[in-house]
Design a protein around this ligand. Structure first.
Ligand SMILES: Nc1ncnc2c1ncn2[C@@H]1O[C@H](COP(=O)(O)OP(=O)(O)O)[C@@H](O)[C@H]1O
Ligand SMILES: [Mg+2]
Length: 255
């Protein structure tokens, strides 16, 4: 069986008028259906660029295949959730935010729209907030709605670019647990970028460490049984290994 996501010889060069910057150079990787892949790496190593290439937002060379088909641009099979709390349309209510993409997919039936909206809001524990506007929500609530909006489209892959990085520690832990629950219930694959080693170990079934130049320094299956906590056997050793490798990749680079 072919992989859900296959990346072959991916290279990305940002080509401004003044300079060329090769961010990803000949990257090859595959992601299987149902994996929860967490990607760690120092700032500027190309994590967001990789996610944007998979989302179809960037011009790049090489091939990206989803279910065996080469992608040519954005699609609702790959939905991105960003770090920024302002990713929702501020002029639309929560439910209209969720329904925006569904309507663009051609779903017009009001009952069907309402049913899908209620279902995904329940999944992120935001039922009852459909008529709120984004400005009436906390940062954590906005991220929940962004996840609900992604789930509504039933993507094959949810691409998350440090979605919890700007949250306080307690909200972050709560949302981690909720995303874990969602990943168990949904037939969906996650690629999740984080700077936070704990977050990677708690969420990931697979952990990758990216180095500057977009190279993959570590690519391992998470050996720790779920639910993961700092007292889980092996947690400390894995954390130490990732910590050392993460700081190793930064050596010599200004921070
Ligand atoms: N649109 C762009 N134009 C030019 N350079 C960019 C652009 N986006 C990112 N970069 C550069 O590409 C490198 C990788 O960036 P990024 O993928 O955002 O890294 P990360 O997400 O790992 O922090 C950085 O050096 C960054 O400055
Ligand atoms: Mg980034």
């Amino acid at each position: 069986m072919s992989a859900l996501l296959k990346i072959e010889g991916l290279s990305k060069v940002y080509d401004d008028d003044s300079a060329e910057l090769a961010v990803i150079d000949n990257l090859n990787m595959t992601v299987e259906q149902g994996e929860f892949l967490c990607i760690l790496g120092p700032s500027g190593c190309g994590k967001t660029t990789l996610l944007r290439c998979i989302a179809g937002f960037e011009r790049c060379t090489g091939r990206i295949l989803v279910n065996g088909e080469q992608i040519t641009g954005p699609g609702t099979d790959r939905i991105m959730v960003f770090q920024d709390f302002n990713q929702l349309f501020p002029w639309l209510t929560v439910e209209k935010n969720i329904q925006f993409g569904l309507k663009r997919q051609g779903i017009r039936d009001r009952e069907q729209l309402a049913r899908i909206t209620a279902d995904v809001l329940k999944k992120v524990r935001m039922h009852g907030y459909g008529r709120h506007y984004p400005y009436q929500l906390s940062g954590g609530m906005k991220q929940r709605v962004a996840i609900a909006r992604a789930l509504a489209l039933k993507p094959s892959i949810i691409l998350m670019d440090e979605p919890f990085a700007a949250l306080d520690a307690i909200t972050r832990n709560t949302l981690q647990q909720e995303v874990l629950a969602i990943s168990r219930e949904e037939n969906c694959t996650f690629i999740f970028i984080t700077h936070n080693i704990q977050e990677g170990i708690v969420l990931g079934t697979r952990l990758m460490l990216m180095e500057p130049g977009g190279r993959i320094a570590i690519d391992i299956r998470n050996p720790i049984a779920r639910p993961v906590s700092p007292s889980s056997p092996g947690y400390g050793a894995l954390w130490d290994r990732l910590y050392a490798a993460l700081y190793d990749t930064q050596r010599g680079n200004p921070v």
